[in-house]
Write a protein that binds this ligand. Sequence first.
Ligand code: AMP
Ligand code: ZN
Length: 116
Amino acid sequence: MITDPDCLFCKIIAGKTPSEQVHSDEQVVVFKDINPKAPIHLLIVPRDHIISLNELSVRHDGLMGHMIRLLPKLAKEQGLNNGFRTIINTGPAGGQIVFHLHIHLLGGSGLGGTGF
Ligand code: AMP
Ligand code: ZN
């Protein structure tokens, strides 16, 4: 497992920085976003320190499949029975602030339109 001691999400995964965790397994940790943009706003974060989608290789295919398939399960657990939104920001121009790959899962009131 690759970790970066200076990375915020690696610190959260290691339990050195507090978070409100809602799911944890061998491959990922899921916690609430500290600055939620919707009533439900979760971050699905791989335990491995992968910087972004740009750093993915074929060896991550199983992990990415796991993360994607986890999304509807988490949404159901959170009571998002009518749909949800997922976002992956990649690189500074893509709005990425934390350089440890993560999927945003958003839902609740106020989401609609085209998703931008
Ligand atoms: P991104 O812009 O895709 O890199 O998103 C980073 C997200 O991490 C933002 O939505 C932040 O609100 C969130 N965030 C930053 N610090 C923390 C923290 N300590 N705990 C939980 N979420 C955080
Ligand atoms: Zn990290």
